[in-house]
Design a protein around this ligand. Structure first.
Ligand code: UDX
Ligand code: UDX
Length: 436
């Protein structure tokens, strides 16, 4: 089947690569000509495990190509996906100008029946606006259908998420596009494909991401109570998660959620609800707990070091989560900015995200590994739970430090082992010192 994706960012590239891998004939479009040249030369601007290899394999097989022409993508496609950014305005509402301008270009280039599928995360009722816009600019009066097909990829495991999805959601205005969409997804494991109306599909994405963020904030609220009471949040969520109605995932307390989706999608969903006449207090509280998680972490650091001015502090992890180089809304970056504002000197190490973080922060001392980052530090903060950090030689790490204080923002280390090694160890939702 002939598929185009407009917007070769994270979502567009992963989706394009997976469709091609399943045998479809794919064109990835991007209006950034430098990015298209880079992609044509076999390079990608992001780190995602397996993605570069998958793209290369499918380009070589003739199932995938890149262009900067949306018109060319439109002419190629039986199904055209829109995967351009939907960034937030200052007040949290969604900037739909990229979607709108792509829609106009696509409408002007239509020459045959085409399904236009929205993959970007958009407010409910956007599909209706897209359809209206296409009708207005559709010079050839070609037939078309607009559908919503939200993505649920997680960075770091995006290919596996798409190849074996929990569910595929397709929102339609009528039944006509359904057979082609079923054909598109036939090579995937799509036992859980659901067909909904288009407004519901759009809302499923915001509702899902907000619910996952809510779970994380619930765990972070529990962490605050655990720290004060002597309970251990890791044990509490383990006990909760065994109840299948609750589930164990997304209950890890830490320094809060970040990334390009949760913060933006929560703000958007709150705004959408407000515009529809509902005050979504519950989600406002989720946001408050999330920023409070970072505040509490910093407060704990201050409790230990008293003042941060002129202290050398090491930070392990810059990416908003492991297995990505993405630092968009990474809690670690916010933490570093605040520590620097208080006069601390910050040494950092991340296996992948150093280059992108350097573009966002100034006065960073970037180190070649965790040991170098720990050198001469009065405190070491663990902010992203990379596997590499699980395997550290902790004894060696300790000898590098001026003072063996570790604040673990992702509960990666074993408190008993850390205490045994002579660290002053503080973790989220665990009272200190740890009990045996
Ligand atoms: C994007 C949206 O931000 C998100 O809301 C949605 O769920 C999926 O698509 P992502 O792929 O992470 O997420 O965005 P990004 O990495 O910023 O990539 C978007 C790409 O679109 C960029 O490469 C940009 O150059 C391109 N683009 C932007 C176009 O091709 N045309 C435009 O008009 C605007
Ligand atoms: C999220 C959704 O999971 C995905 O379905 C959607 O398509 C895009 O948004 P992503 O942002 O890539 O994916 O990462 P995710 O794994 O959801 O993590 C988001 C943030 O939550 C990270 O900062 C992570 O560290 C944090 N998190 C996650 C926690 O703090 N605790 C947890 O238990 C889980």
């Amino acid at each position: 089947m002939k598929v185009s994706l407009v917007g070769s960012g994270y979502v567009g590239l992963v989706t394009g690569a997976c469709f091609a891998e399943k045998g479809h004939d794919v064109v990835c479009v991007d209006n950034d000509t430098a990015k298209v040249s880079m992609l044509k030369s076999g390079q990608i601007p992001i780190y995602e495990p397996g993605l570069q290899e998958l793209l290369r394999k499918n380009v070589d097989a003739g199932r995938l190509r890149f262009t900067d022409s949306t018109e060319e993508g439109t002419r190629h496609a039986q199904i055209l996906f829109i995967a351009v950014p939907t960034p937030p305005h200052e007040d949290g509402s969604v900037d739909l100008s990229f979607i709108e301008s792509v829609t106009r270009t696509v409408a002007g280039a239509l020459g045959k029946y085409t399904i236009i599928a929205d993959k970007s995360t958009v407010p409910v009722k956007t599909g209706e606006k897209v359809a209206e816009t296409i009708r207005r600019y559709n010079r050839t009066k070609s037939d078309f259908d607009v559908v919503s097909n939200p993505e649920f990829l997680r960075e770091g495991s995006a290919i596996a998420d798409l190849m074996n999805p929990d569910r595929i959601v397709i929102g339609v205005m009528d039944e006509r596009p359904v057979p082609l969409l079923r054909e598109l997804y036939a090579p995937f494991d799509c036992r859980n494909m659901i067909i909904t109306d288009i407004n519901s599909a759009e809302m499923i994405k915001h509702a899902s991401n907000s619910f996952l963020a809510l779970k994380i904030s619930y765990a972070n609220a529990l962490a605050a109570i655990c720290e004060a009471s002597g309970a251990d949040v890791r044990q509490v969520v383990q006990g909760m998660g065994l109840d299948r109605r609750i589930g164990a995932q997304f209950l890890n307390a830490g320094i809060g959620y970040g990334g390009s989706c949760f913060p933006k999608d929560l703000a958007a969903f709150i705004k959408i609800a407000e515009q529809l006449g509902y005050d979504f207090q519950l989600l406002k509280e989720v946001q408050r707990i999330n920023s409070n998680a970072l505040d509490r972490f910093l407060k704990r650091l201050r409790t230990e070091l008293w003042v941060l001015k002129d202290k050398t502090i090491g930070v392990l992890g810059l990416a908003f989560k492991p297995n990505t180089d993405d630092v968009r809304n990474a809690p670690s970056l916010e933490l570093i900015r605040r520590m620097q504002a208080e006069g601390a000197r910050v040494r950092v190490y991340d296996p992948r995200a150093m280059e992108k973080a350097r573009a966002e922060l100034k006065d960073l001392v970037c180190c070649k590994d965790a040991y170098e980052a720990a050198r001469g530090c009065e405190a070491l903060l663990l902010t992203t739970e990379w596997d590499e950090f699980r395997k550290l030689d902790l004894q060696r790490l300790k000898t590098e430090m001026l003072h063996p204080l570790v604040l673990d923002g992702r509960n990666l280390f074993d408190p008993v082992q850390m205490a045994g090694l002579g660290f002053v160890y503080r973790a989220v939702g665990q009272s200190s010192p740890p009990s045996k």
